[in-house]
Design a protein around this ligand. Sequence first.
Ligand code: NAD
Ligand code: ZN
Length: 357
Amino acid sequence: MGKKKMKGFAMLGFDTVGWIEKDVPEVGPLDALCKPLAVSPCTSDVHTVWERALGERSDLILGHEASAEVVEVGALVKDFKPGDKVIVPAITPDWCAVESQMGISQHSGGMLNGWKFSNMKDGVFADYFHVNEADGNLAHLPDEIDPVEAVMLSDMVPTGFHGAELAEVAYGETVTVIGIGPVGLMAVAGSVLRGAGRVFAVGSREKCREVAIGYGATDLIDYHDGDIVDQILDKTHGAYVDKVIIAGGDVNTFDQAVRMVRRGGIVSNINYLGTGDYIKIPRVEWGLGMGHIRIAGGLMPGGRKNMEYLSKLLVHGRLDVKPLLTHRFHKFEDLEQALLMMKDKTPDLIKPVVTLA
Ligand code: NAD
Ligand code: ZN
């Protein structure tokens, strides 16, 4: 008897996407098979397909943001069973890997290899998808959280918050967030939750600016109005900011970040740099190499515990992700349109989400 088939929305090759049919994945003893309840395309899918950022990928099912229902579990899975509704992190590390023991589970088994969906294996834009190490990588979806909102816990919330974590944002600090798409907006929200005093949000789209203020940004900066460093230093009367979180821009953005951060400050990058070979850092403003300005860049942390903690913020009303969900679709087939929206970024778009159940 032939294997059961499923439909998925895939990167067919560079610059091309489309629907394909594949075998339903097999489940190992520690793994789970899930079917999505709601999914959302990510700007990272856009970098992968249209900027060729990860290199050649053919017939790779896209997507790494989903809430789901468990369909099947392996014999050794203890805490999940078919029918359970779950939060699925975009990053699903191998928890036995030495990198996980070193606190960098994002790189379990190799650089960025904790990022499996739509990178190392088929993603979540399919009738079914495979989750490795289900007990370590899935989290039960609390009844209080709408499965559509839970999709923002897969990637947008943990990534933006990781920006604030890497920047070690502390009470009263002044933070600049460069780029206020959904990730940057969550970096604003994460910085505010960690106690930032003043938050400069750098972005131009009106919708994003309005939502940034809602999440607690104190000042808006538009990069079309001139050099953002000049604009920010003007507002602080020349004082450098404590921390910068980069959530948009490109390899040149580090130059601006270093020029506005104080000695001993931190520039944290969560942006996926899709193009360019080198990052330029200004020598003099980096203290001739001795300014104690740290530059940290990271993939979001995945795994069950992080999802459980972040979900508490939604359950107890500390974080509302609804303002991110600007466009809602209700059919699997709409995924194509949703992904193209993410590529073309209409002025009113923050995140499109596709409900499947
Ligand atoms: P987005 O494209 O919606 O937002 C980025 C924003 O930055 C856009 O609004 C854009 O106009 C703005 N921008 C572009 N150039 C700028 C500049 N020079 N100065 C200021 N703003 C500028 O993307 P997003 O969905 O919010 O994601 C942000 C980045 O994070 C993407 O590169 C994405 O791939 C990446 N990402 C990383 C992780 C991770 O784990 N580190 C996870 C998810 C997404
Ligand atoms: Zn992503």
